[in-house]
Structure formats: structure tokens, C-alpha cells
Design a protein around this ligand. Structure first.
Ligand SMILES: [Zn+2]
Length: 448
């Protein structure tokens, strides 16, 4: 059962996952995985079965227990849906029941095709990346692949020695056996499955320059192949200051640490995951275009990864703030001002069709550049209305209240209603700004 009209047939509203433990063996040359996933599920309503997302991989064995009592479960793949698995629980269980479901699975992972390109597990020339947004987690692990389902994670990866496998959170090498090495990654902040990731390459992990001891700056790691390390260190040298800029604007960094992973390939777009971002070697060219993306991905740790939408129609809540963060960074470095950056974006939008509603752009257009730019302009319009000080406090309060929770556009409006009187702004004025920018297709006047 789908929970999101933008992604029909994905996720379920019958259950949630609170913790996900995965132990995955990855054979790179054959692009074959074999693993065990333990899902700590909680039923949200009475159910005799649960549907999970799992794209093209095979469940070899299913087990389940409630309070240590084994259930007689059976996992089947409903035809003709090669991306779903139905787990029959053997009996009706009441809403609220905690089920520990263990699935042994294997196969050759492949990306999902989608209107936004291929999503999920992708073989590289010499390694693997996972680009999970919006529904790619199911290409490597059985899960409920919907953004409102948040889980902590414990991911163990075994692969060929000489490669560094990465997932989310804190990682350590746990053993080496012959030519195989095993790493374990633990993430103690709950995130949606699409923000969990696997990256494997001939990487080296180093401390990023400029990250030692600055207040509010978590440990910054660079994960990059040795031949690109020097270039990466140069291109990413500003990340410490970037982090300070965003900590000042948005409040404490939400995760334990941050890694910039540079895949050993050219990537069209970088991508955020919980506690890390993925770039291509083309993003190391030192250009402003790359630098703004490095800032953009980092800002997603607050907007998207900690404060996360429940439905994909609200993507502007992630991309608007991430794009606004690029402008904030341009201003922090003295390159430009938020106002000039915003004006350029507004002029760009003027030249485009005004047929997109920001708070419901439709699935085809949800990653359209207009969602990003108009989203950022909405943030600028709100800042103009509330004033810098009240806006800053309102945003930090938004993040603090909703970190590791699900948000929507209506919730942001209600939150700002609470702040408008403190800024001396009539609530009606706030509604007028939000209505014009997020609910109507016409481009409002520049918020200057
Ligand atoms: Zn983004």
C-alpha cells in the first residue's frame, strides 16, 4: 500500500521500522550481494502481513518473532511487482505489536528506473555507489522505503580487501579474513531508508583540512581515492568554515560527523545521505559551481536529513533551504550577497513558465530547478518579512523542534505563525507571503 501519491506502490502505512540491522557481503566483480536484514518493525494497525520494498533481490529465508516467540512467516514476491515482498505473519497481530523480522536475501542488485533517472545501487568501474533518493534503498536492502519511516541503523559490510566500504555513522574495521574485509557502521540517529547508503571504492579516509578544533564543527572526513586526494583536499578546504556558517545560521550540526565521499567517476549531480555527501571527481575543479554544491549538500544535513518531509510534494522544504544555503555561503565568503544571488535566481525564474506550484509541483517536476530556486526565494521572502533576527531564531527553532522528525509545509506555516507576532508581523501578512510563493504558480514580485 502506498503512502505517497508521488511514489505509488512504495512504502506502506501498515508498519514502521525502528531499527535496521544489515549484514551484507558484496562480491564486486560479480556485482552480487548476499545478506541478512533484521528489521525491528512496529505494526501501525492490526495486520496478518507486511509489505516491504525490495527491488529485484530474492528473499531466501524469512523468520520473525514477537517477544521471543517465533511466528510462522512466509515471504513471497507478489507478481508482477519485482520490487515488493509480502511477508505473511502467520496470524493477525494487533496494532502496536513489535515484530523482529529477519530476512536472508541475495541477488544481483540493479538500480530502479524512474522519471528522475536511475536510482539506488549502481556499479562503478571499480566499486559501488548508492543514490537513494527518493526510493533507491530497496535496491540493496529490504525496507519500508518511505521518508516518514525513520530507523537507526547498524550496517556491516564485507567486501574485497583493498576497498573501503562505507555506510552511515561511525565505522570501524572489524575483521580481515583472507582477501575479505568486514566493516561495521553504526548510526544512532533515526533517518529514512533513502538516506542510508553503501559506498565502496578504493578509497582512503582522511581528516579533512580546516576541521580541527573550530567551535561547533564536528569531525570532517574526506573519503577519496589516493590519486584524487590532493585535489579533494584543496576543493574541500572551506568545509570547516562552511560548517561554522551553517551552525551559526541553523543551530548545532545534527549528526556525529560528516564525510565528503568522492566517487572515482564523473557524477552528474552530488547527493546527500545521513552524515555524508557523495561527489564526483568533476566536483573537485575548484569552480563556484562545484563550491555551491559542496555547500548545498552540507546544508542538507539540517534540511532533509535531520528535518525530513513526509511526502515528496514538500521537497522544497529540503531544496529551498539547501539552495538558500548556497547564497548564504556566497555571502559569507564575500563573493556575493544573498540579495544579489536571489535576484539572479528570480530573474531566471521570470524567463520560465509559471505553471508550477511549489508545495505540490507534481512528481514529474519535483526535482525541477524551479523547485530549488523558488524554494530558496521563499526562504528569502520569509526572512525579509520577519527580519534577520527573528527569522534566524525561527529557523533554528524549526530545526531544534523537528530534528529527526517528519515535517510538511503546513507545519512550517504553523511554526512561523508562532514567530510572526514576536517579529511584529501580522499573521495575515505571513499567510499572504506563503500563499503567493508556495500555493500559486505566478511568480511574486522580488522580495527586496
Ligand atoms: Zn539538494
Amino acid at each position: 500500500m502506498s503512502t505517497d501519491p508521488y511514489l505509488p506502490g512504495i512504502g506502506t502505512d501498515a508498519a514502521t521500522v525502528e531499527h535496521l540491522r544489515v549484514d551484507l557481503d558484496v562480491r564486486l566483480a560479480a556485482n552480487r550481494v548476499a545478506g541478512t536484514a533484521v528489521l525491528h518493525l512496529r505494526l501501525l494497525r492490526q495486520a496478518a502481513e507486511v509489505e516491504l520494498d525490495l527491488h529485484r533481490l530474492t528473499v531466501d529465508e524469512a523468520r520473525a518473532a514477537v517477544d521471543g516467540r517465533a511466528l510462522r512467516v512466509r515471504a513471497t514476491r507478489p507478481r508482477p511487482r519485482p520490487h515488493r515482498v509480502v511477508v505473511a505473519l502467520g496470524e493477525f497481530l494487533p496494532a502496536g505489536t513489535a515484530v523482529e523480522l529477519t530476512l536472508r536475501y541475495s541477488g544481483h542488485p540493479v538500480p530502479r528506473r524512474s522519471p528522475w533517472g536511475t536510482i539506488g545501487w549502481e556499479e562503478l568501474t571499480d566499486g559501488v555507489l548508492v543514490a537513494g533518493q527518493p526510493h533507491g534503498a530497496s535496491t540493496w536492502v529490504p525496507c519500508i522505503d518511505s521518508p516518514a519511516v525513520r530507523q537507526t541503523a547498524d550496517i556491516t559490510l564485507t567486501t574485497d580487501a583493498g576497498y573501503l566500504p562505507l555506510a552511515n555513522g561511525r565505522g570501524t574495521r572489524v575483521r580481515t579474513r583472507g582477501s575479505r574485509e568486514t566493516w561495521r557502521w553504526v548510526l544512532d540517529r533515526p533517518v529514512p531508508a533513502y538516506l542510508l547508503t553503501v559506498q565502496i571504492g578504493r578509497y582512503r579516509q582522511v581528516t579533512a583540512p580546516g576541521s580541527a578544533g573550530a567551535p561547533g564543527v564536528p569531525p570532517l572526513r574526506l573519503v577519496v581515492s589516493p590519486r584524487h586526494q590532493a585535489r579533494a583536499e584543496q576543493a574541500m578546504a572551506a568545509q570547516g568554515r562552511m560548517m561554522q556558517t551553517f551552525v551559526a545560521a541553523y543551530g548545532p550540526y545534527p549528526f556525529e560527523d560528516y564525510a565528503a565521499v568522492v566517487a572515482d567517476e564523473v557524477l552528474e549531480i552530488p547527493l546527500e545521505a545521513a552524515g555524508l555527501s557523495l561527489f564526483g571527481t568533476n566536483h573537485l575543479d575548484g569552480s563556484w559551481e562545484s563550491e555551491r554544491l559542496i555547500a548545498h549538500e552540507m546544508a542538507h544535513q539540517w534540511f532533509g536529513n535531520a528535518v525530513t518531509l513526509g511526502r515528496w510534494s514538500d521537497l522544497w522544504l529540503h531544496e529551498g533551504f539547501a539552495c538558500y544555503s548556497e547564497w548564504l555561503w556566497a555571502e559569507a565568503t564575500g563573493r556575493s550577497s544573498v540579495t544579489s544571488m536571489a535576484r539572479r535566481a528570480w530573474q531566471g525564474l521570470q524567463a520560465q513558465p509559471e505553471d508550477l506550484v511549489l508545495a505540490d509541483p507534481g512528481p514529474e517536476d519535483m526535482f525541477d530547478d524551479r523547485v530549488y530556486k523558488r524554494g530558496a526565494l521563499t526562504v528569502v521572502a520569509l526572512r525579509r518579512l520577519l527580519g534577520d533576527a527573528a527569522f534566524g531564531e525561527a529557523v533554528r527553532d524549526w530545526v531544534a523542534r523537528h530534528a529527526f522528525a517528519t515535517v510538511d509545509s503546513t507545519g512550517l506555516r504553523a511554526h512561523l505563525h508562532g514567530w510572526a507576532p514576536r517579529a511584529g508581523v501580522p499573521v495575515g501578512d505571513l499567510d499572504a507571503v506563503l500563499d503567493a510563493w508556495t500555493l500559486r504558480p505566478e511568480l511574486p514580485a522580488f522580495p527586496g
